[in-house]
Design a protein around this ligand. Structure first.
Ligand code: ADP
Ligand code: ASP
Ligand code: MG
Length: 422
């Protein structure tokens, strides 16, 4: 058997009893994988959220470097406690921070990308029979600054380590039984998918299905690592994220997502001439702000309105940049709308099935939900709606497209949010 990488999320390590339970699962894996087990853990429970709150109490706009310094501590608690639990059970275990595990990132704070992993230290410990416990979500820059990979980034640590260590499978243990047709905590009728392609999972993750961090899926696709998303509270098979041929896909729509972390910005009365959009979006890109949906509406012959969405955490920085660029270009006012959400459908079978978009819009219309923006690609359709109608929108769209099929394991909503320990 080969080496395996396992990752346990925040809920799975929320208290010492759960950490002990995780230690037992890791020990089981060690018995099955004598070549070695690498375990990645997240911060305990809501630790990261609490750290963010404390930072904001002291400073509403903390410097990203200090944010990383703070947030990286959460995972450090978990690795030490899990190693202690394993040692108490008689196993050789060692905890490593991102830096000690050789995870080198680019020089960007709060959303750094991994650029290289030096596996020497991990391999040395594995060869000596240690279970290696690595802090998720963090790394180090070439000039020794601690960085984090963006919220939910422990998944990416795990899959990147699997790639670097040539482990064929990365197990992601979480608080749901696998990847569902939509968030089972929003739509009780959602059901678990037995398997899903990298392409569809990447879209779902990018569009807000937080069960996997988007970059973890990119990484898995690149190194052909199979991700097995499963529950840490039972031993049922979860969802396999893997390479799939189009022929294996039966449905036009595989999943529905909700992203409630988006915010909208509009720059009014923009002079209608070449180069303006390039300048605005160039300035935002330079500040490492990703822009998602963009709409340019023609107002009259001479001016346009440009509206776009960004992550809500970037709203203030994006507003300041937009205002400045707007003033330089002689545009009108910059207007914020933080009360939006994006609902999307994803499916590789969508391309060959006419009428999918119309059905989605019809579902929203029947619920009296206004669509503010629309974006489409070959395998997804997204609509921006008001945030207070977003959950209803997801329910309506799920009812329209996703009725359980025989080849997908039916999952009861109760198992989707199981809190008990198996
Ligand atoms: P962890 O702390 O283990 O990383 P997360 O909270 O980041 O867990 O991700 C798991 C959560 O993702 C679930 O509790 C669920 O609410 C949410 N989620 C959103 N979309 C989906 C989906 N399509 N399938 C499963 N879970 C989803
Ligand atoms: N602890 C980090 C977060 O809450 C990383 C993770 O859990 O993946 O975002
Ligand atoms: Mg997560």
């Amino acid at each position: 058997m080969s080496l395996i990488v396992q990752k346990f999320g925040g809920t799975s390590v929320a208290d010492t009893e759960r950490i002990r339970h995780v230690a037992r699962r890791v020990a089981d894996a060690y018995a099955r994988h004598p070549e070695g087990v690498v375990v990645v853990v997240s911060a305990m429970g809501k630790t990261t959220d609490r750290l963010v709150e404390m930072a904001r109490e002291l400073n509403p706009e903390p410097i990203p470097r200090e944010m990383d310094m703070l947030l990286a501590t959460g995972e450090q608690i978990s690795i030490a406690l899990l190693s202690m639990a394993l040692q108490q059970m008689g196993y050789k275990a060692i905890s490593l921070t991102g830096a000690q595990a050789g995870i080198l990132t680019e020089n960007v704070h709060t959303k750094a990308k991994i650029v290289n992993i030096n596996t020497d230290a991990m391999r040395r410990f594995l060869a000596e029979g240690y279970i290696v416990v690595v802090a998720g979500f963090q790394g180090i820059t070439a000039d020794h600054q601690i960085t984090t990979l963006g919220r939910g980034g422990s998944d990416t640590t795990a899959v990147a380590l699997a790639g670097a260590l040539e482990a064929p499978v990365c197990e992601i243990y979480t608080d749901v039984d696998g990847v569902y047709t939509t968030d089972p905590n929003v739509v009780p009728e959602a059901y678990k998918l037995a398997e899903i392609s990298y392409e569809e999972m990447l879209e779902l993750a990018q569009l807000g299905a937080k069960v996997l961090h988007p970059r973890s899926v990119e990484c898995a696709r690149k190194y052909k690592t199979v991700i097995h998303v499963r529950s840490s509270f039972n031993s049922r098979e979860g969802t396999y994220v893997k390479a799939m041929k189009d022929l294996e896909v039966h449905r036009p729509v595989t999943g529905v997502t909700l992203d409630s972390k988006q915010a909208k910005l509009a720059l009014r009365d923009v002079p209608d001439k070449p180069g303006i959009a390039a300048r605005l979006f160039g300035a935002l890109a330079e500040a490492h702000i990703s822009v998602d949906m963009i709409i340019q509406s023609v107002q009259d012959d001479a001016t346009n309105d440009i509206a776009f969405t960004v992550h809500e955490d970037d709203l203030n920085a994006a507003t300041a940049i937009t205002r400045q660029v707007g003033e330089e270009m002689g545009a009108g006012e910059t207007v914020q709308d933080p009360h939006i959400a994006k609902v999307s459908i994803v499916g590789v079978g969508m391309a060959g099935t006419p009428g999918i978009a119309a059905n989605m819009f019809q579902a929203l219309a029947e619920g009296g939900i206004n669509i503010q923006m629309i974006a489409t690609s070959e395998i997804k359709i997204s609509c921006v709606v008001s945030r207070d109608q977003a959950r209803q929108a997801v329910q309506l769209i799920h009812d329209t497209f996703l009725i359980p099929e025989i080849d997908d394991e039916l999952a009861l909503s109760a198992s989707g949010s199981s809190e008990g320990l198996a």
